[in-house]
Design a protein around this ligand. Sequence first.
Ligand SMILES: *Cc1c(COP(=O)(O)O)cnc(C)c1O
Length: 439
Amino acid sequence: MILYPHLSVNGEGHLTIGGIDTLELAERFGTPAYVMDENTIRQNMRTYMQAAEKNFGKGALPLYASKALCFAEIYKIAKEEGLGVDCVSGGELFTARAAGFPAERIYFHGNNKTDRDIKDAMDMGVGTFVVDNIDELLAVNSEAARRNIVQNILLRITPGIDPHTHKAISTGNVDSKFGNAISTGQAMEIVKDALKLPNIKLNGLHCHIGSQIFDVKPFASAADIMIKFISEIKKECGGFEINELNLGGGLGVKYTDNDPYIDYAAAIGDMAEVINKFCRAHDIKTPLVRLEPGRSLVAAAGITLYTVGSVKEIPGFKNYISVDGGMPDNPRYALYQSEYTVCIADRADKPKDYKATVAGRCCESGDLIGENMDIQKAKRGDILAVLVTGAYNYSMASNYNRIPRPPVIMVKDGQARIVVRRESYEDLIKNDCLDNPVG
Ligand SMILES: *Cc1c(COP(=O)(O)O)cnc(C)c1O
């Protein structure tokens, strides 16, 4: 096993995923390619589902935060596993519905839903809007009024928690662009506004404190603050009881040997314990608790396969291994200096006794998969694997330098299938108006 049980090395010394030789996958599907192990995704979903039911009771639906990895097949898997999903844009909603995902199990997020998004979501019958701000609250109410419906909502609240993660993935601070801060009084204000609007049903509160968090403590602090706020609402708003508390996503994932493993079931058990304790202390009934994992459901399941193009050794400085992808398919090092584990798939059984910066093929010096990485010695034509790329890689991919997006290959029980095709050069120009007259 290499980091996770679905990653291993076969008798020929090749890296395998879900029991399949990655060199065969690279040969059959080309590189770069994302490869995902379906059983790992399903197992993670079941872990959350069972832990949620055990600790929060029946109906305690986990929501898959689909921005982590978004294509039709993933919504089909989430549907089969009985999860709800969180969508953050018209495009994610459209994909979910195209895959037949039930609209009532969709939570619609985002800090700036356009009028069109709101209309499209109501056309689909989206179950719950997670309303970010007062402008949006009024817009949702008027669109619901026009249709003569009452829209179920949660309000996004900022608990003022800093989970000590990278600032670009920390979202619960008071000065965040998301939500309404409790400490400034704006959260209470928007609750009161929501309760006055005739076409809004305030079902609950939502917070999301950040991502890649390895400790239950920040979640416990967020829960404490949110539950105290729920009890203040009860006092200030004529006994109104909040029905649902959504604590967002953010549980971390092991990317390298330096990260810990997280026992998600145990973490959820710990959260439930403190939530019950806080509810008793503040004398409110325990709300229906929801979690919104993204990364922890899909990250570990995925790897990316590349072909090595060159190995450049700059004497006295460093070594570069260049691959046939990079920041267009994995922008996470450029964005957050995220760390990864890499290996040469052809010789995955050999020690990683070489140090290199793994570089992409784009015209940017910052186009790197990682610096100073431990890896086997490489040569042109080798297959290089980056592990734990299932989250925020495909979903963040771009066509920078007019590079087509790689395919997504799903492996399951010894079989591989394409779930997203490789983009072609024709796909790249399909929206270009080639026959416009010049000038
Ligand atoms: C990003 C996000 C999530 C998922 O976060 P992970 O760290 O991937 O688990 C959940 N809820 C909201 C509102 C988010 O923005």
